[in-house]
Ligand binder design. Structure first.
Ligand code: MSP
Length: 477
């Protein structure tokens, strides 16, 4: 039986979710909903969740004067809440503090250890707590991590357990180059392959100084390095959640480019060491910024997805995030640009189209139920092709050409000047097109899709309440 397993990264709970997290999660939701239409819900597994161990979380909890567990319980709920507001349909919300995960991590590492791929060594170097990773000597800029310029780097020297990453790098490279695991988009594949070819060192996978973590099973003075703990979530979920075992390997791990290295090399190597199958595809999209700046607490430009939902509605946020940038590339946005696009494509675009056709159908007084029933939710081949190559942005744009075309036809036809049978014939044509769009939109804009199908599938069509209210410009962020 064909199956589809899609994941988002599990997000750090040091802070509440922002729009960057929402972006990846919306794309994953779209992929999952799309596959559910194709394969049936029972054959799709969509996983998201939160990454709750490690020094970064330990620090954030201490700064709030709270115990780590109490703290992570609170922040992870904020993710759950944000995903509810965005109509995210994950099948499971994974937390690394969930019962069961620790033993999957411990059993897996014990197996790798017993196979001789883990050894004790000494680590000396610099560590960025923001990234939760060791930096190479050439990485810091002005003595700071370029991604976390407000954080001090930590000098570390300790006994650690090391994983023989170097032993697996050639195999991972071979799989990447042969395409047996797809690293997408294409330019990222070359980037990763190039980086592996420069030479790979073994990595430390335990911490002696971090208490908030999963104990290393054969030496409980150490905890498991938070990235290893986190990567295992993808496999762990298939073991912990009942009846999900058949979903491994993942069909698509989605994330932004910041964490591709962990997924393209380290995760693959751990799986090879364990003798597990490798994921089929890893897709790293770009990073977006706001008015040219990276979203960060220190710049004070963090956008809360819940504020966006309050302004644009669930589907509004989904639409704007999906279509404002080319998926895979970096992008920049501003609230002004969002407002403009919202008014043009949603309030004056599809929203207006639904109201207009609804109003005309209502005033014509005809019965359109046969026309509605004649529209069979067919697969749209162009949309299918875009989705097969993980191009949700193109998929929505393709559907939107149908919206624009219908707008144009109506403007040319001027159906309000017609009467009787000729008018009903035109309205029937519009209704069929619009219902087709409604079916196509289902995975992308679920609220809008349902609105179209309810309005035009009703026994008596009445003009629906407006779905998207025109916006005056937003205050600057
Ligand atoms: N906890 C790790 C992931 C472990 S997965 C086994 C982590 N968490 S994170 O909270 O920092 O999330 C990083 C992810 O958030 C990115 O890969 C991306 O999916 C999303 N984004 C965060 N900021 C973003 C932008 N500004 N733009 C696009 N995506 C962004 O790393």
């Amino acid at each position: 039986m064909e199956k589809y397993y899609v994941t988002t990264p599990i997000y750090y709970v040091n802070e509440k979710p922002h729009l960057g997290h929402a972006y990846t999660t919306i794309v994953a939701d779209v992929m999952a909903r799309f596959q559910r239409e194709k394969l049936g819900s029972e054959n799709v597994f969509f996983l998201t969740g939160t990454d709750e161990h490690g020094a970064k979380i330990e620090e954030a909890a201490a700064a709030k004067g709270s115990g780590p567990k109490e703290f992570v319980d609170l922040v992870s709920q904020q993710y759950v809440k944000a995903w509810q507001a965005l109509d995210i349909t994950h099948d499971f919300f994974f937390r690394t503090t969930d019962a069961g995960h620790a033993s999957v991590v411990q059993q897996s590492l014990t197996k790798i250890y017993e196979r001789g791929y883990i050894y004790k060594g000494k680590y000396k170097g610099i560590y960025c707590i923001g990234c939760e990773k060791n930096l190479t000597p050439d990485e810091p800029v002005n003595g700071r991590c370029p991604l976390h310029p407000t954080k001090e780097l930590v000098e570390q020297e300790e006994e650690n357990y090391f994983f023989r990453l170097s032993a697996f790098a050639p195999q991972v490279l071979e799989r990447i180059e042969s395409g047996s695991i797809a690293i997408l988009p294409e330019e990222r594949r070359n980037e990763i392959a190039g980086k592996i070819k420069q030479g790979i060192n073994d990595i430390s996978i335990s911490r002696a100084g971090v208490k908030w973590g999963i104990p290393v099973p054969w030496d409980t003075e150490h905890t498991v390095y938070v990235w290893v703990d986190a990567l295992f979530n993808y496999l762990s979920a298939t073991r912990i959640v009942p009846n999900k075992e058949r979903f491994w390997p993942a069909d698509l791990h989605l994330m932004a480019k910041d964490i591709l290295w962990f997924h393209a090399l380290i995760w693959e190597a751990l799986l090879l060491a364990l003798g597990e199958e490798l994921p089929r595809a890893v897709y790293a999209h770009g990073f977006f910024s706001i008015n040219g700046q990276k979203m960060s607490k220190s710049t004070g430009n963090i956008i809360d997805p819940l504020d966006m939902v309050a302004d644009y509605g669930t589907d509004g946020v989904r639409y704007l995030l999906l279509t404002s940038f080319t998926f895979g590339r970096d992008g920049d946005f501003s609230r002004e640009k969002f407002d403009e696009k919202y008014n043009a494509d949603l309030a004056n675009g599809i929203g207006n189209l639904i109201s207009r056709v609804g109003r005309l159908c209502e005033s014509s007084g005809a019965d359109y139920s046969a026309a509605f029933a004649s529209v069979i939710p067919r697969r749209n081949e162009a949309v299918d092709a875009a989705m097969a190559s993980v191009r949700p942005d193109d998929a929505v744009r393709l559907i939107w050409t149908g919206v624009q075309e219908l707008d144009r036809i109506i403007a040319e036809d001027k159906p309000w000047e017609l009467e009787g049978e000729p008018q009903v014939a035109k309205l029937t044509e519009y209704l069929k097109r619009l219902v087709g769009i409604g079916y196509d939109l289902k995975p992308f804009l679920p609220v809008t899709s349902a609105r179209i199908l309810e309005t035009f599938g009703a026994a008596r069509i009445t003009k629906p309440a407006p779905l998207y209210m025109r916006r005056a410009s937003s205050p600057k962020v």
